[in-house]
Design a binder for this molecule. Structure first.
Ligand code: BGC
Length: 746
C-alpha cells in the first residue's frame, strides 16, 4: 500500500481508531480502506498465543507449545549464536500462527536481585544485555516477525510497577538503563518498542518526549513504532505528542474520541497524528509483506532444541571433584524439583507446555534412587519427607539435591522479599550433609539466592529456569554427557544487604531513587572491593583453559580509531568444552568517577582437548567512553586504558595498555570560581596560564629547600586556586579577569 496516500484518504476518526488496539492482542482494522489487523503475542521464551479470552497476566489458556529457558538462563549462555537461533525458531513459529509481533525480549537491568521479573531479564550489564538482545531480535526478524523490546525504560521492579517513578541522573540513565535498548535499535534494528508503565523523574514513559522522541528517534534514529505496555496510557494526547504510537490493549475505554476532539480543538496537531498512523501502518504493511501462515513447524525438534539450550545455559558454581557423576556409583536424587522442576516464571511470559521432562524421568535407566525430601505446597509433610530423604542419602554414595525458588517466589507483579531459599530446603541440605559427604545441589530459580550451606555442598549446578527440558539438561550435565559452559550474567552477592540498591529498593510511595547511580552489579562490588558469593562472568567447566599471547594492534589511538585485540585460548584439560572469553576495559586515573572495569566484549568458543584458538575483539569509541552530562553525549577522556581479558570479572588472565586521545572538548563555562586547573583543561585556558606564568615568573623561593610536601602543596594550591583569587593576589585586575572570562566563554 502507498501509506502516505492512504493516510490522506482516511478520516480523522479512522486515523484515531488505528491508534489503539481492536482487542487484547490485535491492532485495529479499518475495512473501508482495506487495512487489516495484525496480531501481537507475548513471549519471549516461547509463544504465548491466546485464542480464547485474553489477559496479560498469564492466567487464561494459550496454545500448547515449547517453553525455552527464560532470559536469565539464556544470558548465562553468553552465546549470541544461541540467542539468534532461538529468535529464528520463534520467528518460524510466529509465522505458522500468523503472529506479526512477539512481545520481547525484556531488556531491563537487574538493579536489585529482588525484582520479581528478573527471570525475564538478561543481566546487570547493559552491554551484555544489548548484545544478546540484538542477536535474538536479528534472529526473530530474519523470519519476518517484529520484535518488541520492553519495557522502555528504567522499569526495574514490580512494586508500584504501573505508577512509580524511577528517579535517576542523566548519566545513570544513559550509561546503565538505556544502552541495551540502544543496541536493540541500532544493532538489532528492532521494529517494535514497548514503553514501560513507570515514569522517569516524574514523567510517565508513555508520555515522555525526552525518551520517545528526543532519545529514541532523534538520537538513535529509531524508525519503528512504540506500543504501550498493556494499560500504560495516562494522557493519550500527550502521548501522541511525545512519540507514543499504539495503545494496547484496545476495545476497552476507547480513546479515539479523545484524540479526535484534541485535533478538532487544536490541542494536537494533525500532522503528529499522521506520523503515528504512518508508523502503525508501516508495521501492518511489513507484516503483510512477510506473512507465511503456511509455515510448518516441528514441535518435537523445537523441544529438543530447548533442552540443548538449557544445557548451554547452566552454570557450574562449585565443584570439588564430585562432578561429573560416576554412573556406576549409587546416586540418590532428592527434592521435589527432581520430579517437578521449576522451569519458567509466572505472569505474561507464561508458556502453556504440553510436556516437561524432569531429571527423574531423564535419569530413568541410570538406576538413581529418589526421595521427595520436601513438598512445596504442604509444609506439614516436610518433617516426614525429610526423614525419608536423610535415610536414602545415608545409603547412597552421592546425594543430588534439587532445590531452588518455589513458583510463588518470583513472578511478574510482585517483588521478592528476600534472597533466601525456603527454610525447609536449607535445613534438608544441612541435615543430609551430616550423613552424606558427597552432596551435589542443583538449583532452579530465575535470580540469585543466598546459599547458607555452601560449605557443606561439594558441587552446585545452577540451572536457572531452564525451560521444559531442564531436567534432561541437568542429567546430561551431572553425568558428564555435556560440559557446563554457562557464566553468570549477574553477581551473586553474599547477602541481600550487600546489594547497592538495598537502601532504596523498592522506594517509598512510588518514588524510587537510584542513589547508587551507575554503580549497579559488579560495577559496585568491584569499586567497593566487596567480597561476593560469585562474581559476574563466573562459571566452572569440567576442563581447564589457558590464556595467552594478548596483542593490541596499536599502542596509541584517537577516539575515532578502532583497536583490535587478540588473544589465544587453549583447552588444557582432557574434555571438550566451551569457554566464554571476556574483555573488560579499565581507565587509569579517570577524572570522573568510573567503574573499575566494564565489559566491552565477549566470545564463546568451543575447544577440543589440546585445541587452541585465537579470539579477536574490535573496540571503538564507545568501549572507552563515559556519558558526559555537560555534552549530553558520550565522551572519551584522554589517557591510559587497560584492556583486560578474563574468565570472569574477577579472574583476569591477561592485560595490556593503550593510550587513547580524545578529539573532542567538553564545553566549559568559566566563572570566578573556576580554578587554574580547570583552565588547563582547554586549549585557550592553557595558553592563558602559560602566558601568565611567563609574565609573572615562577613562584619565588627555593623549591628544593622547601621539601617535597611543600612543593606538592604549592603545586596543588596553584591548580586549585579560583580565578577570582588571582585578582586577590594581585596578579591580575578585575577588568582583566572579566575580559579573560568573556574570551573563554565566547
Ligand atoms: C507486561 C508486558 C506484557 C503485556 C502483555 C504487561 O503486563 O508488563 O511484559 O507484554 O502485559 O501481556
Amino acid at each position: 500500500m502507498d501509506i502516505k496516500k492512504l493516510i490522506s484518504e482516511m478520516t480523522l476518526e479512522e486515523k484515531a481508531s488505528l491508534c489503539s488496539g481492536r482487542d487484547f492482542w490485535h491492532s485495529q482494522n479499518v475495512d473501508r480502506v482495506g487495512i487489516p489487523s495484525a496480531m501481537m503475542c507475548d513471549g519471549p521464551h516461547g509463544l504465548r498465543k491466546q485464542k480464547g479470552e485474553g489477559d496479560h497476566l498469564g492466567i487464561n489458556e494459550s496454545i500448547e507449545t515449547v517453553c525455552y529457558p527464560t532470559a536469565s538462563a539464556l544470558a548465562a549462555s553468553f552465546d549470541k549464536e544461541l540467542l539468534r537461533e532461538l529468535g529464528e525458531t520463534l520467528g518460524e513459529e510466529c509465522q505458522s500462527e500468523d503472529v506479526a509481533m512477539l512481545l520481547g525480549p525484556g531488556l531491563n537491568m537487574k538493579r536489585s536481585p529482588l525484582c520479581g521479573r528478573n527471570f525475564e531479564y538478561f543481566s546487570e550489564d547493559p552491554y551484555l544485555a544489548g548484545e544478546l538482545g540484538a542477536a535474538y531480535i536479528q534472529g526473530l526478524q530474519s523470519r519476518g516477525v517484529a520484535a518488541c523490546v520492553k519495557h522502555f525504560a528504567a522499569n526495574n521492579q514490580e512494586t508500584r510497577r504501573m505508577s512509580g517513578s524511577s528517579n535517576l541522573e542523566e548519566r545513570t540513565l544513559h550509561e546503565i538503563y538505556l544502552p541495551a535498548f540502544e543496541a536493540a535499535v541500532k544493532k538489532g534494528k528492532t521494529r517494535g518498542i514497548m514503553c514501560a508503565y513507570n515514569g522517569i523523574n516524574g514523567t510517565f514513559c508513555a508520555e515522555n518526549k525526552m525518551l520517545l522522541n528526543d532519545i529514541l528517534r532523534d538520537k538513535w534514529g529509531y524508525e519503528g513504532f512504540v506500543v504501550t505496555d498493556w494499560g500504560a496510557v495516562k494522557d493519550r494526547v500527550k502521548g501522541i505528542a511525545a512519540g507514543l504510537d499504539l495503545e494496547m490493549p484496545g476495545g476497552i475505554g476507547n480513546q479515539d474520541a479523545v484524540i479526535v476532539k484534541a485535533v478538532q480543538e487544536g490541542r494536537l496537531e494533525e500532522s503528529l497524528l499522521d506520523e503515528t498512523v504512518e508508523r502503525i501502518l508501516t508495521f501492518i504493511q511489513d507484516y503483510l509483506d512477510a506473512r507465511r501462515p503456511e509455515t510448518v513447524i516441528d514441535r518435537n525438534a523445537m523441544s529438543e532444541k530447548s533442552g540443548n539450550f538449557a544445557a548451554q545455559c547452566a552454570v557450574l558454581l562449585k565443584n570439588q571433584g564430585l562432578l561429573p557423576l560416576d554412573k556406576t556409583k549409587k546416586t540418590v536424587f532428592i527434592g521435589e524439583f527432581a520430579e517437578r522442576p521449576r522451569y519458567q516464571g509466572a505472569g505474561s511470559s507464561h508458556i502453556n507446555v504440553s510436556r516437561v521432562v524432569s531429571a527423574l524421568e531423564a535419569a530413568r535407566g541410570l538406576d538413581a534412587a529418589y526421595a521427595q525430601g520436601y513438598d512445596v505446597h504442604q509444609e506439614e509433610r516436610n518433617e516426614e519427607l525429610r526423614a525419608q530423604a536423610i535415610e536414602a542419602a545415608r545409603e547412597a554414595e552421592t546425594a543430588v539435591i534439587f532445590a531452588g525458588l518455589p513458583d510463588a517466589y518470583e513472578t511478574e507483579g510482585a517483588d521478592r522479599e528476600n534472597m533466601e531459599l525456603p527454610e525447609y530446603q536449607n535445613r534438608l541440605i544441612r541435615e543430609i550433609a551430616r550423613v552424606q559427604k558427597n552432596v551435589v545441589v542443583v538449583l532452579h530459580g530465575g535470580a540469585p539466592m543466598e546459599l547458607p550451606w555452601i560449605d557443606q555442598a561439594g558441587a552446585i549446578l545452577c540451572m536457572y529456569l531452564g525451560g521444559e527440558r531442564v531436567g534432561e539438561a541437568a542429567v546430561r550435565l551431572l553425568f558428564g554427557e555435556e560440559n557446563p559452559s554457562g557464566r553468570l550474567a549477574e553477581t551473586w552477592p553474599l547477602q541481600l544487604e550487600d546489594n547497592p540498591s538495598y537502601l532504596n529498593f523498592p522506594g517509598v510511595d512510588g518514588q524510587v531513587n537510584y542513589r547508587e547511580d551507575i554503580y549497579i552489579g559488579y560495577r559496585y562490588y568491584d569499586k567497593k572491593n566487596r567480597e561476593v558469593l560469585f562474581p559476574f562472568g563466573y562459571g566452572l567447566s569440567y576442563t581447564d583453559f589457558a590464556y595467552g599471547n594478548l596483542q593490541l594492534d596499536q599502542e596509541s589511538i584517537s577516539d575515532r580509531d578502532t583497536l583490535t585485540v587478540t588473544c589465544r585460548v587453549k583447552n588444557t584439560g582432557s574434555r571438550a568444552g566451551r569457554e566464554v572469553v571476556q574483555l573488560y576495559v579499565r581507565q587509569r586515573n579517570p577524572h570522573v568517577s568510573r567503574p573499575v572495569r566494564e565489559l566491552k566484549g565477549f566470545e564463546k568458543i568451543s575447544l577440543e582437548p589440546g585445541q587452541e584458538k585465537e579470539v579477536r575483539f574490535v573496540l571503538d569509541q564507545r568501549s572507552f567512553a563515559y556519558y558526559e552530562e555537560k555534552l549530553h553525549d558520550w565522551h572519551v577522556e584522554s589517557g591510559e586504558y587497560v584492556i583486560e581479558i578474563g574468565a570472569s570479572s574477577r579472574d583476569i588472565r591477561q592485560s595490556g595498555c593503550v593510550q587513547v586521545q580524545d578529539t573532542g572538548e567538553i564545553p566549559m563555562n568559566f566563572s570566578y570560581e573556576s580554578t587554574v586547573g580547570d583552565l588547563l583543561k582547554t586549549a585557550k585556558g592553557k595558553a592563558f596560564v602559560q602566558q601568565m606564568m611567563e609574565k609573572g615568573g615562577a613562584p619565588s623561593g627555593n623549591m628544593e629547600a622547601m621539601g617535597e610536601g611543600s612543593a606538592k602543596m604549592m603545586q596543588n594550591m596553584m591548580l586549585e586556586m579560583p580565578l577570582r583569587s588571582i585578582v586577590s593576589f594581585g596578579r591580575m585586575t578585575m577588568e582583566q579577569l572579566d575580559g579573560l572570562l568573556a574570551m573563554l566563554n565566547a
